[in-house]
Write a protein that binds this ligand. Structure first.
Ligand code: ADP
Ligand code: LRH
Length: 483
């Protein structure tokens, strides 16, 4: 029937899924085969990912997919960025990967900047300074026994790919988030690793989206009930999400809005100016040599973690109720700087928000609805600043904002983002990341053409909701409260 099937494994910071994708000339359909929570675990004081538990869920999901759907032509894996597992010389995992929200990197970015020079680091790698960039995690851990004993470092999707196939490598879009990749050549910056007294020999050979890793290991194929090759996708989830943006033309901004709000532009060359560095914009590697010029906005993490806190107290409210309550609260009562470092680690988000309000002389949100409203107003304000700054720093005009990911389900946030940016917001698809994953596999199989063709297929097949900006809130005045 001219339709090809693919399997996408997409691990987000809050949940993972295994998805069956059907692709044809006028067809692009996803069906979820399995979804599972991704809950970090603190072991002896350090926050880790339960990566073997996630792997078990992936195998289960692939088994369900093989049972209920056509055997896929290939399998692709993407996940959150920066984190990694260390393998010994025989390929055994040396300990559970550490979570990027663990506090062991405190102060490391500043020390590295003092040693290498922040300006030089930016010119070489193009990356924003986030405390958890792989390079800072490695510097924080370079004395550990596991690091000393390691034979290879694999980023999370590459680690899953290794367990599935036995092949080791580093997919380039995700490798760009390590801050150890040369932004111009897109090859490892071995000199930088050496200067930081890291072990460049741990960095595996780079692979490109579309490259074939190999077939499933025999034991894995037996476990999941079918055999199919694993193909590298844009394995950084945000890179896949950007591929999954149903944009026509190039005057668009995107917000990949899940746990994080990754807000920015798709460019054909990096922006490495001092102004860009000072505004902490990143130049992450995208598909086909494109640049993902964006900033990490703290995102729905603030809401997720508040909800988790309320649930811990034994009196949780569900998300729809909280959002309905928030919609009743007047706009702009209290706004926070969502990027304040205090909001990064897990913990009591409502109290941190209250402290921020007090310090800035604003009303302390009293009800849950007020806390949620404060989070959403503040996210919209951050998206406004980020998109306006990106457009001006890159001299790139924008006339529409595409908001994809779980946040596209949040109508209040989408509406506020349109109001704040002064631009129409086109919300959806929710599963842009899995779609981007599937589309890269389909392209490798010769089923779809270039990125433009992939996006045209998205625009023709995926439902979206449009929010037009409305006047009413004085966003400049709100922004001034945080200045
Ligand atoms: P990640 O990939 O980072 O794990 P997702 O893209 O899956 O994140 O988005 C998860 C977020 O989507 C949740 O934190 C929640 O705020 C939002 N979300 C999910 N479902 C809904 C819903 N029905 N209504 C509003 N928001 C939702
Ligand atoms: C989103 C994401 C983001 C990274 C962060 C660590 O899931 O990959 O792009 O900065 O996780």
């Amino acid at each position: 029937d001219g339709i090809s099937s693919f399997a996408a494994v997409d691990l987000g910071a809050s949940s993972g899924r295994v998805v069956a994708g059907r692709v044809g000339p006028d067809t692009l359909e996803l069906t979820e085969a399995h979804r599972f929570v991704n809950e970090p675990v603190r072991l002896a004081g350090t926050l880790h990912w339960n990566v073997t538990g996630l792997y078990a869920e992936i195998l289960r999901g692939l088994r369900f997919l093989g049972r209920d759907h056509a055997v896929p032509r290939s399998i692709g894996v993407d996940s959150w960025a920066v984190d990694y597992g260390l393998l010994d010389a025989e390929g055994a995992l040396l300990g559970a990967p550490v979570h990027y929200r663990d506090e062991r990197t405190e102060g490391v970015a500043a020390a590295v900047a003092a040693e290498i020079g922040a300006a030089s680091l930016y010119r070489r790698t193009g990356l924003q300074t986030l405390p958890f960039n792989t390079v800072y995690q490695l510097v924080a851990g370079r004395k550990s026994a596991a690091y000393q004993a390691a034979g290879a470092l694999l980023l999370i999707p590459d680690l899953i790919g290794y367990w599935l196939t036995g092949a080791q490598g580093a997919e380039v879009t995700n490798a760009s988030t390590t801050q150890l990749l040369d932004v111009h050549r897109r090859s490892w910056d071995v000199e930088l690793a050496t200067d930081l007294r890291l072990r460049p020999e741990l960095l595996p050979p780079l692979r490109q989206p579309g490259d074939r890793l190999g077939g499933l290991r025999e034991d894995v194929a037996a476990e999941v009930g079918f055999d199919a090759p694993v193909v590298a996708v844009a394995s950084h989830d945000t890179a896949s999400a950007v591929i999954g943006v149903p944009a026509v033309g190039d005057r668009f901004a995107y917000i990949s809005c899940g746990t994080w709000g990754l807000a920015g532009l798709e460019l054909d060359r990096p922006v490495l100016s001092e102004a860009s560095r000072e505004a902490n914009f990143t130049n992450e590697a995208g598909i086909d040599g494109t640049v993902r010029y964006l900033r990490n906005v703290m995102g729905l993490w603030l809401l997720q973690e508040s909800v988790r806190w309320w649930e811990r107290s034994g009196s949780g409210s569900d998300l729809p109720t909280l959002l309905a309550d928030a919609a009743e609260v007047p706009a702009g009562r209290t706004v926070i700087d969502v990027d304040d470092a205090r909001f990064l680690p897990p913990g009591d988000m409502p109290s941190r928000i209250a402290a921020f309000a007090r310090e800035t002389g604003q009303p302390v949100p009293a009800t849950r609805g007020e806390v949620v409203r404060c989070i959403l107003d503040s996210l919209a304000l951050a998206f406004r600043r980020t998109i306006h700054q990106a457009s001006s720093l890159a001299s790139h005009d924008v006339d529409v904002v595409h908001l994809v990911g779980g946040g596209a389900r949040n109508a209040l946030l989408c509406r506020l983002t349109a109001d704040a940016t002064g631009l129409p917001v086109v919300a959806g698809p929710v599963e842009a990341t899995a779609l981007g994953n599937v589309l890269v596999q389909a392209r490798a199989a010769g089923v779809v053409g270039d990125l433009g063709e992939a996006r045209a297929l998205l625009a023709a097949t995926q439902p979206t909701v449009r929010y037009d900006p409305r006047p009413g809130i004085d966003w400049d005045t709100l922004a001034a409260r945080l200045a």
